[in-house]
Design a protein around this ligand. Structure first.
Ligand SMILES: *[C@@H]1O[C@H](CO)[C@@H](O)[C@H](O)[C@H]1NC(C)=O
Ligand SMILES: *[C@@H]1O[C@H](CO)[C@@H](O)[C@H](O)[C@H]1NC(C)=O
Ligand SMILES: *[C@@H]1O[C@H](CO)[C@@H](O)[C@H](O)[C@H]1NC(C)=O
Ligand SMILES: *[C@@H]1O[C@H](CO)[C@@H](O)[C@H](O)[C@H]1NC(C)=O
Ligand SMILES: *[C@@H]1O[C@H](CO)[C@@H](O)[C@H](O)[C@H]1NC(C)=O
Ligand SMILES: *[C@@H]1O[C@H](CO)[C@@H](O)[C@H](O)[C@H]1NC(C)=O
Ligand SMILES: *[C@@H]1O[C@H](CO)[C@@H](O)[C@H](O)[C@H]1NC(C)=O
Ligand SMILES: *[C@@H]1O[C@H](CO)[C@@H](O)[C@H](O)[C@H]1NC(C)=O
Length: 382
């Protein structure tokens, strides 16, 4: 072989490689930018079942072939499969009354998706994230088929007015990290309920659980089950009609638990001691829990930054205030706790305090100026 012919062989080979590479790139870019036909059809069917008064899904049309660019949809970059449906109503602001004021109540209602959730979504086999929170499904049940999204890591159906009982099929979502089923009490007839929590014990990866507003009065096993989920970081069970607080459970092994919200449950029982042994707690909400004695000790809750305990009898205690005086509290709400003025001196050293609610207490003296190195921009309420 002459030098010249070997040169041209190589350049031909080169060219050939380049063409192959270019073709490959073209194909993979097509795959990246255009979602799979079946998945696009599935999304169109899902849209068909919904009522979308404010045209939030205007980009969801057959002519717009690349469903990965549709509002609220995201695809996996390498496979092109839809892996995220993120359609919270009101941009997820349903808790902020100010937001309703800004856009007006009528417009706010329009911005909430209504209707049915089509089974066609089951075609989205790679779905990892499903957020339909803050919409208005008007009492329909959480579909059982949601339990079949094997890759789901995030499920948020909070405050969307689902009704009926929560399907235990959700227990099949073994990859789930975040589960939010909290309902909103603006339609009190359409609350969700739960007969037991057994199904939850198979969600071994769960970090965040919000079932606030779900009627758990029958789910007496709630603590037994939660105790078996060591990866839990946040547990929100506000307004769940919990009554059995398993007072005599000595301790729970939740070493990652940072946020515990048990507010607005009428426990009407002594304070359970296990709560005060979860040393990882940063935020504890016991507002209106109707606990009565014995006075707990906060000594072991050394990471606590937020304590909300409004309408709690046991807070009027000098031993508690002594313990809290050396804490790192940032937010303290002790409205209507029967607090007397003599206790406030203990709060002087809480230099990190940003928010303090002392309203409706038995304060006879003025609040000491030195309290929390009082800073007028801080949010102190008396
Ligand atoms: C996928 O692409 C989007 C948009 O180009 C980019 O923001 C995101 O970081 C990419 N994700 C991965 C995992 O590469
Ligand atoms: C779930 O949705 C609600 C309402 O949109 C939102 O406030 C909340 O932050 C979401 N939860 C998580 C963990 O993202
Ligand atoms: C979970 O999935 C399996 C197989 O897919 C099924 O047999 C079982 O009934 C499901 N369990 C629940 C609670 O849905
Ligand atoms: C608590 O959990 C940790 C880690 O999950 C485990 O190593 C330990 O044995 C558990 N302790 C008890 C008393 O169950
Ligand atoms: C605080 O923790 C110590 C060490 O684990 C334990 O002996 C003690 O009983 C705990 N105190 C309370 C009030 O739980
Ligand atoms: C709070 O404690 C003080 C001192 O122990 C007591 O005098 C006062 O009556 C208590 N207030 C209430 C509402 O129980
Ligand atoms: C506040 O801190 C100072 C200095 O560390 C200490 O002497 C004082 O006893 C503390 N006050 C209270 C009420 O804990
Ligand atoms: C007052 O508090 C605000 C908010 O915590 C902070 O940004 C500001 O620096 C504080 N000012 C002083 C003088 O401490």
């Amino acid at each position: 072989m002459s030098v010249r012919s070997s040169y041209s062989f190589f350049s031909c080979f080169h060219l050939f490689l380049l063409v192959i590479l270019a073709l490959f790139r073209l194909c993979s870019s097509i795959q990246n930018s255009h979602c799979n036909d079946i998945e696009r059809q599935a999304l169109l069917q899902f849209k068909h079942g919904l009522t979308d008064e404010s045209q939030r899904l205007a980009s969801w049309v057959a002519e717009n072939k690349d469903c990965c660019t549709w509002a609220g949809i995201a695809c996996d970059n390498s496979t092109g499969h839809v892996h995220r449906i993120h359609l919270p109503g009101l941009d997820g602001h349903c808790q902020y009354i100010d937001y309703y004021r800004t856009i007006g109540e009528k417009e706010a209602l329009k911005q909430k998706l209504k209707g049915d959730i089509s089974r066609s979504l089951l075609e989205l086999k790679q779905l990892k994230h499903l957020d339909l929170s803050c919409n208005d499904f008007r009492g329909i049940h959480v579909p059982k088929f949601v339990g079949s999204f094997q890759n789901l890591r995030y499920l948020n159906l909070s405050q969307s007015n689902f009704g009926g009982s929560i399907p235990p099929q959700l227990g099949n979502l073994s990859e789930l990290h975040v589960l939010c089923l909290g309902s909103f009490h603006d339609h009190p007839i359409e609350t969700t309920s739960m007969a037991n929590m057994k199904w939850l014990s198979s969600l071994g990866m769960l970090h965040q659980l919000d079932m606030s507003g779900v009627d758990l009065s029958k789910a007496t096993d709630w603590l037994q089950v939660i105790k078996t989920l060591p990866s839990l970081v946040q547990v929100h069970l506000s307004q769940c009609e919990l009554s059995n607080l398993h007072m005599y459970v000595p301790s729970v092994n939740l070493t990652s638990l940072s946020v515990l919200d048990l507010s607005f449950n009428n426990f009407n029982s002594p304070v359970p001691q296990w709560i005060f042994r979860v040393t990882s707690l940063v935020s504890l909400d016991l507002t209106l829990c109707h606990f009565h004695g014995p006075i707990p000790s906060f000594r072991n809750l050394t990471s606590l930054e937020l304590l909300h305990a409004a309408w709690t009898n046991f807070m009027n205690s000098s031993s508690i205030f002594q313990e809290l005086s050396s804490s790192n509290l940032v937010s303290l709400d002790i409205e209507s706790c029967g607090i007397s003025s003599s206790l406030l001196d203990s709060l002087q050293n809480l230099t990190n305090l940003i928010s303090l609610d002392l309203s409706e207490n038995q304060l006879t003296k003025r609040i000491p100026k030195s309290l929390g190195n009082c800073n007028t921009s801080k949010n102190f309420v008396q």
